[in-house]
Design a protein around this ligand. Sequence first.
Ligand code: PCA
Length: 321
Amino acid sequence: MKHFCFGTSLVFSLATAVHADSWDMPTPYGDTTFHTQNIAQFAQDVASATDGALEITVHSGGSLFPHGEIRNVVRSGQVPIGEFFLSTLVNDDAAFGIDSQPFVATSYEDAARLWSAQEPVITELLASQGLMPLFSVPWPAQGLYTNGEIATVEDLGGLRFRAYNAALEEFAALAKAAPVQVEAPDIPQAFATGQVEAMVTSPSTGVNSTAWDFVTHYTPIDAWVPKNIVVVNERAFRRLPENVQEAVLAAAEVAEARGWEMSAAEAEAQTAVLAENGMTIVEPSAELTAGLQEIGAQMLTNWQANASEAALSILTTYQGQ
Ligand code: PCA
């Protein structure tokens, strides 16, 4: 009997070992970022729903792969899963970039409607690369960080301006500022060394990078609500046992809903943290808003000129809703 028990537990543990999968997951943002915290919870949810059959190890802050490589390494299968800023894929297809166009969707409500129009289009585009989206979560609306008040677009002229994607580069250039690409974890260093002197980002990233150490003013222009996305390599996903696949999809759905809620809570709370740390929060002047809207209109015209039929359909679906 004893012998039999031993045999059974050995077989059982071998079976567990064979079926247990362990996934490395590169992400671009640091551990204090709410996106990273949401993903850590997602990984925990998957591990507990599958009794440890799938363990996801999150490598945050670009520590395993730099942000710009994450899509490619998931695509090639070097890692099975990863997170990145969705609109960085705009060179593949304009469809990926619509959420970073100024004044298209500026509230969570609009961002959610835009995402429901965008999701089927980008799902198909990603499928052609062997990728499958799991969930997408927005950042709070993007605001302006500067030294001193910015009353008009002209006040941005000549400033070395931190950018995180092509749209923000275009935005800075149209404002006659000088765009410099800097990843979020490198923001404090870029300001400290004078590489940049102004930026547009969320209150979350402002707080995560202690913006009050290098800028005095925050202007909530709330011009766009860009998203991160978590994707899996489709072959890696299909290799998982069916019940594990189901657990991943269920946890992803929960993570998307939780992430949107976290984002909305951050928008207010982190703006308050900027103020508590001595930053001056200035509502944008009518003149500044009008100037930024002109830039947005120009950018959207350029986006449309580069957009595929499928990308254009996102805008018509969204605007028709
Ligand atoms: N934070 C990220 C992307 C948008 C945001 O709010 C960043 O600044 O890189």
